[in-house]
Design a protein around this ligand. Structure first.
Ligand SMILES: Cc1cc2nc3c(=O)[nH]c(=O)nc-3n(C[C@H](O)[C@H](O)[C@H](O)COP(=O)(O)OP(=O)(O)OC[C@H]3O[C@@H](n4cnc5c(N)ncnc54)[C@H](O)[C@@H]3O)c2cc1C
Length: 396
C-alpha cells in the first residue's frame, strides 16, 4: 500500500511527541488564540513555560543537554500540527526554540551554561535579529554596527520586525563590524534585551498575527562582552543562511497546517449546509474549488517533506526549501481564501479562525525570505539543477 502523505519516518517516540503537540495546541493555544488576536496581544509568557514543560522548547537539543534530541522531521510535523490552531503562536514559540538549537550547534560551553537551561525551561524568550527598518531582503546591507572595544563590542543601530520583540529577553543580533565589508563583515552576538541602551522603540500593531509580538528595537551604545559573540565576522552570515533553509521548510509546514485546518472546517460546513435544495458540497462549483485546495495542499506537503528529508539527511536542500516555501505560502493564500468563501459570510466572524489564518498566510509570504526572494533563489539555481550541462558540472 502506498504510504500516506503524513507517513514520515518518525520513531514511535517522535510520533508520540507529534500527538502531544496536537493535544498541547488544542488545550493551551486554541482556547486563547482568538483572544490574543482580538486584543492585539503577544503570546503570554506563561505559554512559553507550558510549552517548555511539555518538552517542546528543545526538540532538536540533544538529550544530554536537556532537550528531546529528536529529528528535524519530527520538529516539522510538530510545527505543522500546532499551526492548525495558530500559526502566529507556533512561530513565536519556535523562534525561541531556534535559539536553543543554535546554541547547541554553535555556542561555547560557557554560553550553553548561561543560556541553555533558561531557554529550555521557558524562563527566557529569544529571537533572531537580522531585519532593520531600512530593509530585510537585502540583509547584507544592514546598518547596525558592532565596534570593537576593550573586552567586547559596542552595538549601535536598530532592528525591525523582531519576533517576540515585545517581551523577549535575549536576541541573536547580527551587526556589521567593518563598513563596506558586506556579508564578510557581519558578526552575531547574544544581546541581553534588558541591558542599558536597549529600547523597545515600537511594538507593531498588525492586521493579524498579533501573537508573534513583533517589535522594533533600538541599540544605543550597548556593551556586549566578547564571551557573547556567537559567530565571528566571516562565518555569522554563512551560518544564518544555512539555518534559513530549515526555517523556510518549517514555515512551509506551518502554512500547510493552516490550510488543512481551514479545509476540514469548510468540508464539514459544506457537507451540512444546504442551498437550492442540496448540500453545498453537492454543488459542483463549490466542490471543485475545495478539491483544488486539497490537491494543492497535497503537492505542498510533498515539497515540504521532500525538503525536510533532504535536511535530515544532511543533503543540499536550498532549492527544495525555497520551492516548498514559495509554493506553500502562495497555496495558503489561495487555499484559506477558497475555504473561507465556502463558509459564506460566517467565515468572516472573528469567532471563526479564517481571518487569523488568512493573515498568517500573508505572513508566511514574508518571514525567512519573501516569496520573491524564494523565486529569485530558485531562479539562480536553474542552471545547476536544470541546465543541460548540469551533469558535466557535477563531474568536474
Ligand atoms: C510577522 C513577522 C515576523 C518577523 N520576524 C523576524 C525576526 O524575528 N527577525 C528578523 O530579523 N526579521 C523578522 N521578520 C522580517 C522579515 O524577515 C522581513 O519582513 C523580510 O525579510 C522582508 O523584508 P522587508 O519586509 O524589509 O521587505 P523588503 O526587503 O523591503 O522588500 C519589499 C518587497 O520587495 C520585494 N523585493 C525585495 N528585493 C527583491 C528582489 N531582489 N527581487 C524581487 N523582489 C524583491 C520583497 O519580496 C517585498 O515584496 C519578520 C517579519 C514578519 C512579517
Amino acid at each position: 500500500m502506498a504510504p500516506h502523505l503524513t507517513d514520515l519516518p518518525l520513531t514511535p517516540r517522535e510520533q508520540e511527541l507529534v500527538e502531544a503537540a496536537r493535544r498541547f495546541a488544542a488545550e493551551v493555544i486554541e482556547p486563547q488564540a482568538a483572544i490574543w488576536e482580538q486584543k492585539r496581544q503577544a503570546i503570554p509568557r506563561d505559554v512559553f513555560r507550558r510549552y517548555a514543560d511539555a518538552g517542546f522548547s528543545g526538540l532538536e537539543v540533544p538529550t544530554e543537554l536537556g532537550g528531546q534530541g529528536v529529528s528535524y522531521l519530527c520538529k516539522v510535523r510538530v510545527a505543522e500540527v500546532m499551526a492548525h490552531t495558530c500559526f502566529a503562536a507556533t512561530f513565536a514559540l519556535n523562534n525561541s526554540q531556534a535559539t536553543a538549537a543554535r546554541l547547541c550547534r554553535e555556542g561555547t560551553d560557557d554560553q550553553k551554561r548561561r543560556y541553555l537551561p533558561r531557554l529550555l525551561s521557558g524562563e527566557i524568550v529569544s529571537a533572531p535579529g537580522i531585519t532593520e527598518p531600512g530593509g530585510g531582503s537585502d540583509a547584507t546591507a544592514m546598518r547596525t554596527r558592532a565596534t570593537k572595544v576593550d573586552g567586547g563590542w559596542r552595538i549601535d543601530g536598530q532592528k525591525a520586525w523582531i519576533t517576540n520583540g515585545a517581551h523577549a529577553d535575549l536576541l541573536v543580533l547580527y551587526a556589521q563590524t567593518k563598513e563596506g565589508a558586506g556579508a564578510r563583515g557581519i558578526g552575531s552576538f547574544f544581546v541581553d534585551l534588558h541591558a542599558i541602551g536597549v529600547t523597545r522603540s515600537q511594538v507593531y500593531s498588525l492586521i493579524g498575527g498579533a501573537a508573534i509580538g513583533t517589535a522594533e528595537l533600538t541599540f544605543n551604545d550597548v556593551f556586549v562582552p566578547d564571551a557573547d559573540m556567537v559567530a565571528a565576522p566571516g562565518s555569522a552570515f554563512k551560518r544564518a543562511m544555512t539555518g534559513i533553509t530549515a526555517a523556510r521548510t518549517h514555515v512551509a509546514a506551518m502554512a500547510n497546517g493552516i490550510v488543512e485546518e481551514c479545509l476540514s472546517r469548510a468540508v464539514d460546513y459544506a457537507g451540512k449546509r444546504t442551498a437550492f435544495g442540496a448540500k453545498l458540497l453537492d454543488h459542483q462549483g463549490l466542490r471543485w474549488s475545495l478539491a483544488d485546495v486539497a490537491t494543492e495542499l497535497a503537492a505542498s506537503r510533498l515539497l515540504t517533506y521532500h525538503s525536510a528529508c533532504l535536511i535530515r539527511q544532511g543533503e543540499d536542500a536550498i532549492l527544495a526549501a525555497s520551492q516548498a516555501k514559495s509554493f506553500a505560502a502562495q497555496m495558503a493564500l489561495r487555499g484559506v481564501a477558497a475555504c473561507m468563501q465556502a463558509m459564506g459570510a460566517i467565515g468572516l466572524k472573528d469567532d471563526q479562525p479564517f481571518g487569523r489564518h488568512l493573515a498568517a498566510a500573508r505572513i508566511a509570504g514574508y518571514v525567512d525570505g519573501t516569496t520573491e526572494i524564494q523565486r529569485d533563489r530558485i531562479g539562480l539555481l536553474l542552471p545547476k539543477h536544470f541546465g543541460r550541462d548540469r551533469d558535466k558540472g557535477a563531474e568536474s
